[in-house]
Design a protein around this ligand. Structure first.
Ligand code: G6Q
Length: 543
């Protein structure tokens, strides 16, 4: 990978000039000047229609952004990633979540060894296990089929499976899925209180099997289970997904019930592995495989398509454009489907943990902005909540609008209403509302002129707010796979250009150490060696 400061590139210099030229320009004028703008700035690929034209760019700016990617060595970086090079240099690991969704006969090499046979073996195990639990062939210790599955994991071992399970709820079978992540005892006890040990299967997901939250919750679940079940039933009701076999066995899980994880898959990119076991249990393995296949299709698109027509590359470049030139502080993701309600929080981890870095790949502090702040909620709910700030606030918030041509229950009346909002919002954010329009509207309502003058500034909308419309066919597992993989590649592209390491997470590791230290002090009265604020808080807590 090239390790260059992006601000020193020719493309960056050109973009700085182009920024000055476009900063005060209205997108609606750009549409008037160029009748082909919408078509020229739209990407169509399979069931994706991605309209970039409501962004504050021109074709020339788009070309400069592509030049930036080229100057920063994006092509080589993509090859290095797919080629299994240890691009996660601070942990000395390759980054190959793409191997998890590749066809059975592919080849992905880690230190000279093709990992695909291992991946295929894990997939067969997931397939067989899921089928046996779903069909009831594998039963609990009293001979009853399983009704409930509890995933215990946190961060990357939770957010992906939770998000996908919610997203694919339409395809779900009879198994009830639960997710316990927080070390908050109220979380685990709240979930356990309604479960029956004899029909509950626990999936403990922890790559390291050392994570305090997950181990505490797993221990609590096992204690709860053993209150009524015989000890030897634990092996029937507890399975694990981990790369730390010895620790899992020590916990008491049968070695046949351990699903693998690998160092070359980062936690937040692991839903495609056995970390997604709960997904496969909830919707069945064939649907899980469709999800993987969709992601693989996006991988191929990302790897092979020119940067001009490459969806993840283009959305990543736009995000850099706003972050580094317009100084946008955050980005919103607004899915127009309730099923994707967890997508923003999933993306918060994926994006903010990956690119929330301030040291470049040469070990130097960066002098420019990196990781974006991500937030969002499904439309239309968010329109009745925070959209006010997007429309009339002081901040520039580029937003992805994700909509679908077809709903799953095929209720046309509801879907047309939902999508009317999707279209209307991006149009309003683009066009705004001029004072003349407001005047006319109020006149038509017979409002006196003096009142109109008073209200005018408040009811006027500047518009010119950037949005990207992703209009997809239907929320199938494959479509979801493509969408999630699109955002994964977006993250990578941005990390490459910002010259940072996207695949480590030292901030998370720090959190893991800090709490363990304080925990050892909690039971010890007396001297505390923290800052006075922390000392006082501890004393007040323990009083
Ligand atoms: C993800 C992070 C982090 C991790 C959790 C859980 O990329 O590394 O969120 O997934 O800390 O870790 P374990 O799976 O090891 O319990």
């Amino acid at each position: 990978m090239k390790n260059i400061d992006p601000t020193t590139t020719e493309a960056w210099k050109k973009l700085s000039k182009q920024f000055q030229e476009i900063e005060n320009r209205e997108m609606k004028d750009l549409f008037l000047e160029d009748k082909d703008r919408a078509a020229d700035l739209t990407l169509q690929w399979k069931d994706f229609y991605v309209d970039l034209s409501k962004n504050r760019i021109t074709k020339d700016i788009q070309n400069s952004l592509v030049n930036l990617a080229e100057e920063c060595g994006l092509k080589e970086a993509i090859e290095a990633q797919f080629g299994g090079e240890a691009i996660n240099q601070t942990e000395n690991r390759p980054v190959l979540h793409t191997a998890l969704r590749a066809p059975e006969n592919s080849e992905f090499f880690v230190e000279g060894e093709n990992v695909i046979p291992e991946v295929n073996k894990a997939k067969s195990k997931i397939r067989k296990f899921s089928a046996e639990i779903i069909s009831g062939a594998t039963k609990g210790y009293t001979g009853m089929p399983f009704t409930d599955v509890v995933n215990i994991g946190i961060g990357g071992s939770d957010l992906g499976p939770v998000m996908v399970t919610k997203a694919l709820e339409f395809y779900k079978n009879h198994l009830n899925l639960h997710y316990i992540s927080n070390v908050d005892g109220d979380h685990v006890h709240e979930i356990l209180k309604d479960l029956k040990p004899e029909t509950t299967l626990f999936v403990i997901v922890s790559k390291t099997f050392t994570t305090q939250e997950t181990l505490s919750n797993a221990n609590t679940a096992r204690d709860w289970f053993k209150k009524t079940a015989p000890v030897d039933a634990v092996s029937k009701h507890f399975v694990a997904v981990s790369s730390n076999i010895s620790q899992v066995e020590e916990f008491g899980i049968d070695s046949n019930n351990i699903f693998p994880m690998w160092d070359w898959v980062g936690g937040r990119f692991s839903l495609w592995s056995a970390v997604g076991l709960s997904i496969s249990l909830g919707v069945g393995y064939p649907q899980f495989e469709e999800l993987l296949d969709g992601a693989h299709q996006m991988d191929q698109h990302f790897k092979n398509e020119t940067f001009e027509k490459n969806i993840p590359v283009q959305i990543a470049l736009l995000s850099i454009w706003y972050n580094n030139f317009f100084k946008a502080e955050s980005e919103a993701v607004i899915p127009y489907t309730q099923y994707l309600q967890k997508l923003p929080s999933y993306l918060q981890q994926a994006i903010m943990e990956s690119n929330g870095k301030s040291v470049d790949r040469n070990g130097k502090k960066v002098t420019y902005q990196t990781g974006n702040i991500i937030w969002g909620e499904p439309g239309t709910n968010s329109q009745h909540a925070f959209f006010q700030l997007i429309h009339q606030g002081t901040k520039l918030i580029p937003a992805d609008f994700i909509g679908f041509k077809h709903s799953l229950f095929k209720d046309k009346d509801h879907h047309d209403k939902l999508m009317a909002n999707y279209f209307a919002q991006t149009e309003a954010l683009l066009m705004g509302k001029t004072s003349d329009e407001v005047k006319q509207e109020l006149k038509d309502k017979h409002m006196p002129d003096s009142e109109i003058e008073k209200l005018l500034p408040f009811k006027t909308f500047d518009g010119n707010k950037p949005t990207t419309s992703l209009l997809l066919e239907r929320l199938t597992p494959a479509c979801l796979g493509k969408l999630v993989a699109m955002y994964e590649h977006k993250i990578f592209v941005q990390g490459v250009i910002w010259n940072i390491f996207s695949y480590d997470q030292w901030g998370v590791e720090l959190g893991k150490q800090l709490a363990s230290k304080i925990l050892t002090e909690i039971d010890k009265p007396g001297i505390r060696e923290h800052d006075t604020s922390t000392n006082n808080l501890l004393n007040f807590y323990l009083d």
